[in-house]
Design a protein around this ligand. Structure first.
Ligand SMILES: [Zn+2]
Length: 96
């Protein structure tokens, strides 16, 4: 009954990694409460993961960009809804 391990070379695994790095959480109390997270307005966490699992960052970036993910937090806000988790990460640059 062992659960199948998530393939690290999938968008689902990438999303998990980026979400953890962005560290989404709430700060403050009551009316002051607000959602906060870490984002440097670029795709550094995505790039980090691409290097880690040896997939093509430019190819991944192109797919995320088409899904509204232009920075790490946008990937979580926009791209996760448009890209299925079991889609494999592109391992090489798109030829164009
Ligand atoms: Zn962002």
């Amino acid at each position: 009954m062992s659960e199948k391990k998530q393939d690290p070379k999938t968008f689902g695994a990438l999303f998990d990694y980026v979400e953890e790095k962005c560290n989404f959480h709430e700060e403050g109390k009551g009316m002051e409460k607000k959602a906060v997270w870490t984002c440097f307005h670029d795709l550094r966490f995505v790039k980090e993961y691409c290097v880690l699992v040896d997939v093509s960052f430019p190819a991944v970036q192109a797919v995320l960009g088409r899904a509204g993910g232009y920075c790490d937090c946008e990937v979580i806000f926009n791209s996760t809804e448009k890209i299925a988790r079991d889609i494999p990460l592109p391992t090489r640059r798109p030829s164009a």
